[in-house]
Write a protein that binds this ligand. Sequence first.
Ligand SMILES: Cc1cc2nc3c(=O)[nH]c(=O)nc-3n(C[C@H](O)[C@H](O)[C@H](O)COP(=O)(O)O)c2cc1C
Length: 180
Amino acid sequence: MATTIGIICGSLREQSYNRIIAQSLIQMNKSVQFRWIEIKELPFFNEDLEVNGDPDAVLLFKSAVEEVDGIIIVSPEYNSGIPGVLKNALDWSSRPPKTSPMNKKPIGLIGATPGGFGTAFAQMQLRQVLETMQAQVFPFQKLFISQVHQKINLQEQVLSDEKTKKYLQSYVEEFLDWIQ
Ligand SMILES: Cc1cc2nc3c(=O)[nH]c(=O)nc-3n(C[C@H](O)[C@H](O)[C@H](O)COP(=O)(O)O)c2cc1C
């Protein structure tokens, strides 16, 4: 069976730079099988909701996480941290502890921001959170995309910066090597 990489975008914004980066990553790697894993339909995490079984949106989300061989998270940073919608999704995916779909799941982290630090703070937090839920975070490569607004063609909704394209390409290749 071909390796399938799930893609989670940490921004719900329609014109999200991170979404465009994720879409470009998929376009640029046509030989790789990707699967979008959407998080916008997930309710706020609440243990009371688990008592009678996970809501449908959560079941769908968790089975998508379960089914893919690895996940690349492409996310912005909010207030030097993880966007709430993404943290919410990760909390759902961490249940039940020890046998959750995130257990041992290989995870890659990419982030883009118009600012100068390329989501470095959010990625540090993501690493900590993911390791707590016993996911395996890609240890060698880091991909921080700063000044992203200068690297995107908004009209065509594609990444236009050649250097960043190369970084993305080699990130995906090395991530695949690692999980295989
Ligand atoms: C609530 C909020 C907090 C933000 N905090 C940060 C931050 O700490 N660091 C940063 O680089 N950008 C920050 N930004 C700017 C985002 O990087 C920018 O809005 C980016 O375009 C969001 O990603 P997206 O285009 O994928 O939606 C913040 C934006 C919002 C709305």
